[in-house]
Design a protein. Sequence first.
Length: 209
Amino acid sequence: MREAFGTQGFWLLTIGFFVCGFHVTFIGLHLPAYISDKAVGMTFFWMRVSPLEVGGWAIGLVGLFNLAGSLIWGWLGTRHPKKDMLALLYALRALAFVMFLALPLSWVSVLLFAAALGFLWLGTVPLTSGLVGYMFGPVHMSMLWGIVFFSHQLGSFLGGWRAGRLYDIAGNYDLMWWIAVGLGVFAAAIHWRIRERPVPRLAIAPALA
């Protein structure tokens, strides 16, 4: 733990995963409410789909596209630096938020946003956990990954609670969306700064052997 806490990359990973938790819980809890609040309904095969049901469809698409996204981002992490893939993923999340806010709100934009965000949903997990293992080795990976994941849970709490609190104060989610954009840009920037290399302990072990 002293080794990890003395490594800048570990702190940057931990902070970045806080942002991931913030994003996914904000969307998971509040996207259906946002869609319902904006009265975004649709017609499917001549059947009326209520705004609340469209919100459910959106979360379903997030889960569906997350299946492909997690696999593809994990695979990309075997071909390219994991920290670069994390920076790209968070930047694309921020872009997805901006595009969703910029486009006219409709059931089409909602479902496209849900699919795009699903592709970017938990691709952070194989990349972040893989980077922890690469930098610090497998022996203590579960402990160190647990610390990083605890940060994710703190972000989840704030993403869920803060969005509700801001809605109570302002009557809308406008500020929360832009906070999510800013955090995505911030997370992309800090992951670029990570030095993706094993700690000295792992680097000298083969030589000693």
